[in-house]
Ligand binder design. Sequence first.
Ligand code: TXA
Ligand code: MG
Length: 319
Amino acid sequence: MAEIGTDIQKAARLLKRGKLVAIPTETVYGLAGNAFNEEAVLSIFETKNRPQFDPLIVHSSGVEWIKEHVAEIPSLAKTLMDEFWPGPMTLVLPKKSIIPDLVTSGLDSVAVRVPKHPMTHDLLQLLDFPLAAPSANPFGYVSPTTAQHVNDQLGDKIDYILDGGPTTVGLESTIIGFEYGKPIIYRLGGLSMDVIEDLIGPVEVSLNQSSDPKAPGMLKSHYAPGKPLYFGNPGEMITDFEGKRIGFLGFMTRLEFLPPNRQLLLSPRGDLHEAAVNLFAFMRQFEKFPVDLILAERLPEIGLGKAINDRLRRASVNS
Ligand code: TXA
Ligand code: MG
């Protein structure tokens, strides 16, 4: 198992030596390595068992640094950075050649982000390179929101996990790209669409639903927990599973016809932020429950509900 601790200096030393360190961010834990070091980047892909066609996000401590890594910043991107960084937003911008092709899977754009977590902010300031960091989970599995989640799955493959406590957002960053200067959301995430649209007006959403491994970016099947998850209306779905032990992942209200100890509610008080924070940890908890399958209820399609539904849909075997 990996060492879990809060020693930022130690994390910096390891990263400078080309090693990987799991780092806390406000969204999910990342598996970080020196973005300029191809060996380190390669070991990120290997450790996660992630195909190299799926590009990584590059993390820096501030906007000044981002300018060193990207060739151009459209004016709307500037507006978004000024408002939402540090925070749960990633921008896809034309890359400078200093960013290795391995990081971007050969694309001429790079995904960049300034995370909002004091520990990782301090860590980045000790380094003279940015950190390439995907979520610190094996490829295709649920993202980690605690240091222990990372240790459970990648503990025997990495040296150190920087423990910054449970993450406060719980969903991966919202990814925004620009096509002909027009912003496009590629991944719904911890920064909700309405907050973005309040600032810059209507934004198109183009989620990659592809299951084609040649297409870089978000694969359709992702975030899967260890048990089959069915997404939709539990009352309708339940008739298909007579005789099975059913778990219920709901929003506010339990199902009367199931034992209470097989149910988890994301937010009994109906708070979508709380639901986002709980989502991935609860998906993991069902693995230890005596259930054969999980029914996951569709949340209201507002605010963070859209991103939560997106994750549940991708995690599901039925949609
Ligand atoms: O919140 C987050 O974004 C977390 C934390 C650790 O920062 N990171 C994260 O990374 O979720 P990851 O690797 O699990 O997801 C990054 C996604 C990739 O799957 C890919 O779809 C997209 O970012 N991406 C990266 N570079 C891209 C590019 N140049 N163009 C389009 N999409 C890109
Ligand atoms: Mg991921």
